[in-house]
Ligand binder design. Structure first.
Ligand SMILES: CC(=O)N[C@H]1[C@@H](OP(=O)(O)OP(=O)(O)OC[C@H]2O[C@@H](n3ccc(=O)[nH]c3=O)[C@H](O)[C@@H]2O)O[C@H](CO)[C@@H](O)[C@@H]1O
Length: 364
């Protein structure tokens, strides 16, 4: 199969595409794959590093209110569509798959104009602006939350889960905490991070919590995001020697770290949710208050409702609240076990397979 994937801006749109590429390569070794992204998005680092053919187009996002810069966005959209058409004509894909983010707009739009079958994957419980715009044009729509279905045309929308779940589902714990993070292999471990780029509230809370964490009988691995790491380098540096705390700007082997840990505290980004549920990890979510239609709270609520997760509102998070939430889950074994079982029940370990069937359906 010849397939173009596109999507980007943040990790949450890129990792599902990469997971799906891995799956396609495992079932069709002779498949030809091209990823289209922007030069500025996180995809320009992550995709070439994964050794996947990568081409860029220039595009910018819409502002939600009417503004002059939207005029510029429209002009850019039109020229990006032309650039995407050129890439599509040269590559001759059987299908074009978009995973959200601004860059997917012109690529999928161009594919549809050229009569190439198209599919979009929506990771969230509330669709992003790009996928909403594309929904009337594409051939099929795959969703990772049942709650997203009502936003899309019923006849072409199918629940598949998030491909990242399948990539993670069978991972086993390794010695990575010991070998790369100077932590103990068998000590209870909580992973803390604020989405793929870090989060200010979580970072502030962690800074207050660090002296408290030092006294706990569990260990902490924290990814601050590059911005906060640079800002607070001096504070973090002082804890690098601490026996039960490891701090990094970004954890590049996050799946292995998850599989080797016991609890997660993070934003409620959709891809993270797919990962933690595939592994049956109990989670404390602090949804970002700055996302479209408060979709992270809705993402997290689905898991709180089945007692797989706890939620703390961003405005309520402090260092003390953070430590108390983590410590009390670790202290209650029965609760921990129940949360873990319920988390696993929410996972979709065959998500890539489901998405692949859908691709097959529209290309044959
Ligand atoms: C602020 C914002 O707009 N966030 C959105 C963005 O989230 P964002 O990209 O932050 O979040 P997601 O949780 O979906 O994905 C983050 C990904 O980065 C990985 N990771 C994170 C930190 C780290 O140090 N190392 C690492 O590998 C996680 O394991 C995960 O695979 O896209 C998601 C998916 O559309 C949305 O649900 C989020 O609301």
């Amino acid at each position: 199969m010849r397939i173009i994937l596109t999507g980007g801006g943040t990790g949450g749109h890129i990792y599902p595409a990469l997971a799906f590429i891995k799956y396609i390569q495992s079932v069709e070794a002779d498949s030809e794959i091209l990823y289209v992204g922007t030069a500025r998005g996180l995809e320009s680092k992550i995709v070439p590093a994964a050794k996947i053919a990568f081409k860029t187009i220039d595009v910018q996002g819409f502002k939600r209110s009417l503004s002059l810069s939207n005029l510029k966005t429209i002009t850019k959209f039109l020229s990006a569509t032309q650039a995407a058409k050129k890439i599509i004509k040269a590559f001759k894909p059987d299908v074009v798959v978009g995973t959200g983010g601004y860059v997917a707009g012109p690529v999928l739009y161009a594919a549809e104009k050229l009569n190439v079958p198209t599919l979009i994957h929506e990771q969230n419980s509330v669709p992003g602006i790009t996928n909403k715009f594309l929904s009337s044009r594409v051939t099929k729509i795959a969703v990772a939350f049942e709650a997203a279905k009502p936003y899309f045309p019923k006849e072409k929308t199918i629940f598949t889960g998030n491909p990242r779940a399948q990539e993670v589902a069978n991972l086993k714990a390794t010695s990575i905490l010991e070998t790369e993070y100077h932590l103990k292999k068998d000590k209870k471990t909580v992973v803390i991070f604020g989405g793929s780029r870090g989060a200010m509230t979580i970072n502030e809370a962690v800074k207050t919590a660090l002296p408290l964490f030092e006294k706990e009988d569990y260990q902490v691995i924290y990814a601050s995001g590059q911005i906060y790491y640079d800002e607070d380098h001096a504070i973090f540096e002082a804890y690098q020697a601490s026996e039960n705390i490891a701090i990094r700007p970004y954890i590049s082997n996050m799946l292995e770290v998850f599989a080797s840990s016991d609890l997660v505290l993070c934003r409620a980004g959709a891809t993270t949710i797919a990962e933690v549920t595939a592994l049956g990890l109990p989670t404390i979510f602090v949804p970002s208050p700055n996302v479209t239609a408060d979709h992270q709270t809705k993402n997290a609520q689905a898991l709180v409702d089945i007692n797989a997760a706890q939620m703390i509102a961003d405005r309520d998070l402090t260092g003390e609240v953070m430590v108390e939430a983590i410590s009390s889950i670790f202290a209650d074994e029965a609760r921990y076990k129940e949360m873990s079982q319920n988390s696993r029940l929410a996972g979709v370990p065959d998500a890539s397979e489901r998405l692949y069937q859908l691709v097959k359906e529209i290309t044959t």
